[in-house]
Design a protein around this ligand. Structure first.
Ligand code: MNH
Length: 470
């Protein structure tokens, strides 16, 4: 788009752009730092030029409110998301808006994400959470991000596909996970223009082909096994294999089913895992909030295991997650593309197809929406009265419009359940020397964040016999 008049970082170098001060491992955090440091001067929209590519970031509430208007803008599949098509093809997340398979698959899969469907996932989610607890009972400290990733991977595998990765039984990740992690890094690093840097960080194309082949192989085996079962079932895989288009009677084609399966495993676990880890990070930095969350669990659940309807009764625990995803939204942004020629903010000319990035950590800290103390962790911001006072578009961790996250309820049920269970059972001692370090892949998560664990003396101490490894 025409970027004249849009501010950028001072000291832009000819030929190099804003490369100085940017690290290919932390593109989002660099943007957030820049946005925060120069916030006042740069205002709600700025650009970064990284070797030939000029990216426009809009982070102010007014501009984002415009960009979220579905009549004028839509999801842009570009940059990182487009590179992912090598892994996830025309799956829901990476599908172009113009691809008929997007709406088709969306309509087929919607019934898997209703409140009723969540009731069906609850016992599976609980089973996996019990495995986390059994693992934590056996240790006195945990690498939080690693264990939360075990939990969420196992949950999407079993609830979505009846597939067990065996995450809690393995010391090393499942081969699917190793390949997935490498393939995602490869895709992400394709954006790097300097060939030697790209090769160093991304690995080889040959390895990438092997990784994608391994992922496809695992998924195809699971699909094939299900095809031979008498009852396809009502999980994601069952719906994809059995449901047909209400008008045409067509079914999802096999390649699309495979793409969706990979999409759900990728989209469905690291985001939720990061949200849980950031929530535990902030809770253990704020003992008074931790006490409040634990007292809610004790009052509402006592020392019982929660039934489906008990989970969303943890209003405060839910707000803790909301607030953690405000400061560090684990899917940290999205891109919006103009449907027609438009004037953004009354002055920035965008032609049809031009696009802008929305860095969510900056939107979520915009003082115009969140006040002057936007940097402090305060779950009370999500009390209903406070939410009502804020602009509707101020909080977008699950994206916006018809391409927003389909798995939101799934993620929230899973996360509140798991967080409630560990709060019920453990006292946590943070390492006072730990400074939050955030690892970026497609998503954000705390790196090297460990907690010492001790069983709580009174509340939440169900007998160990009630915990079994599924
Ligand atoms: Mn999820 C899209 C965030 C959990 C499956 N998800 C999105 C988008 C955001 C997002 C943001 C929109 C991206 C864009 O506009 O380009 N998702 C999250 C977060 C969590 C999350 C923060 C957890 C916390 N997502 C999940 C889970 C699943 C899932 C769990 C599956 C069970 N998400 C998706 C899919 C899409 C998506 C599929 C693509 C939807 C579409 O375009 O139709």
């Amino acid at each position: 788009m025409d970027t004249t008049g849009i501010p950028h970082r001072p000291g832009r170098l000819p030929g190099l752009g804003d490369l100085i001060g940017s690290n290919p491992r932390t593109p989002l955090q660099d943007t957030v730092r820049l946005g925060r440091r120069l916030g006042r001067r740069l205002g709600p929209i700025f650009t970064r030029r990284l070797i030939g590519l000029e990216l426009v970031f809009a982070s102010g509430i007014d501009l984002v409110t415009e960009l979220n208007d579905e009549k004028r803008f839509t999801k842009h599949v570009g940059l990182g998301v487009r590179n992912l098509r090598a892994v996830a093809g025309d799956g829901l997340f990476t599908a172009y808006g113009t691809e008929p398979n997007w709406r088709f698959a969306h309509d087929i899969l919607m019934p898997a994400f209703t409140g009723e469907a969540m009731r069906g996932y609850h016992p599976i989610m609980l089973d996996v959470a019990r495995e986390l607890i059994a693992a934590w009972d056996a240790k006195d400290s945990a690498d939080v991000s690693a264990d939360m990733t075990r939990l969420t991977l196992e949950t999407i595998g079993r609830a979505g596909f009846g597939y067990r990765f065996g995450s809690f039984e393995r010391a090393e990740p499942h081969p699917f996970v190793t390949s997935m992690t490498r393939a995602l890094r490869f895709a992400q690093m394709q954006g790097i223009k300097l060939p030697f840097v790209r090769r160093a960080l991304a690995g080889t194309a040959k390895q990438n082909r092997a990784d994608i082949a391994l992922m496809n192989g695992v998924v195809d085996e699971v699909i094939e096994a299900r095809r031979h079962e008498a009852d396809p079932g009502h999980d994601l895989l069952g719906l994809m294999l059995s449901r047909s288009h209400p008008e045409t009677g067509a079914k999802l084609d096999p390649v699309n089913v495979r793409n969706q399966a990979i999409t759900f495993v990728v989209a469905g676990h690291e985001t939720t895992s990061g949200a849980l880890s950031f929530a535990l990070y902030y809770l253990t930095r704020h003992p008074e909030l931790l006490a409040r969350a634990q007292s809610e669990v004790d009052t509402v659940w006592g020392d019982r295991e929660p039934a489906f309807a008990d989970v969303m009764k943890l209003r405060y625990v839910r707000r803790v997650l909301d607030e953690a995803m405000r400061l560090w939204p684990t899917a940290p942004g999205y891109a919006r593309e103009a449907r027609e020629d438009v004037l953004l903010g009354g002055r920035h000319q965008m032609r049809k197809g031009d696009w802008v990035l929305v860095p969510l950590p900056l939107l979520h800290r915009d003082p115009a929406a969140w006040g002057p103390d936007a940097e402090t962790f305060d779950p009370d911001r999500f009390e209903p009265a406070a939410v009502k006072k804020r602009p509707a578009q101020a909080y977008k961790p699950f994206g916006t419009g018809e391409r927003a996250c389909i798995g939101r309820q799934f993620a929230l049920h899973e996360a509140v359940l798991a967080l409630g269970l560990v709060l019920q059972r453990y006292e946590f001692t943070p390492d006072p020397g730990y400074r939050l370090k955030i690892a970026e892949s497609l998503t954000l998560k705390p790196e090297g964040f460990r907690l010492a664990l001790r069983r709580r003396a009174n509340a939440g101490s169900r007998p160990a016999g009630a915990v079994r490894v599924g």
